[in-house]
Design a protein around this ligand. Structure first.
Ligand code: DQA
Length: 145
């Protein structure tokens, strides 16, 4: 099986971007963690990052028929994007939402997510380990279904 990992805006800067909040690992480190975690469970991953909302919508739409599930950190679009939430609903694949930081312990505007109502699970505040948890959880769901 294949899983799509979707990274939203500014996550290309991981490693140098506010490391006290988002950690020292780069996006490539996180993608490697996703690849190795998925491989242990018999899955492969495709990873996409974009700073552009429409490109993220296109990537999510393209997952239909090509992927079995989606792990997404929509980054700032979490809190603003009806379009990304609608695309996730449209493809009707299981979705797990990840945030590196504990968004609930931060500014009020980070505490609402358009994606959470359609997510099977949400991991926030566990840093890059949240991606590992997300893949393990999604793989478990897909094996049971
Ligand atoms: C984030 C949290 C968002 O509020 C923020 O806009 C991000 C990253 C996280 O992983 O903690 O860019 O999704």
């Amino acid at each position: 099986g294949r899983l799509l990992i979707v990274h939203g805006p500014n996550l290309n800067l991981l490693g140098t971007r506010e490391p006290e909040i988002y950690g020292a690992e780069t996006l490539e480190d996180i993608n490697e963690l996703c690849r190795s975690t998925a491989a242990e469970l018999g899955f492969s991953v495709d990873a996409v990052q974009s700073n552009h909302e429409g490109e993220l919508v296109d990537a999510i739409q393209a997952a239909r028929g090509a992927q079995e599930g989606i792990v997404i950190n929509p980054a700032a679009y979490t809190h603003t994007s009806v379009a990304i939430a609608d695309a996730l609903k449209a493809v009707a694949l299981p979705v797990v939402e990840v945030h590196l930081s504990n968004v609930h312990a931060r500014e009020p505007f980070r505490q609402h997510s358009y994606v959470s109502p359609i997510a099977e699970a949400v991991f926030a505040g566990a840093g890059s380990t949240g991606y590992r948890f997300a893949i393990e959880y999604l793989a478990g769901l897909l094996k049971d279904s």
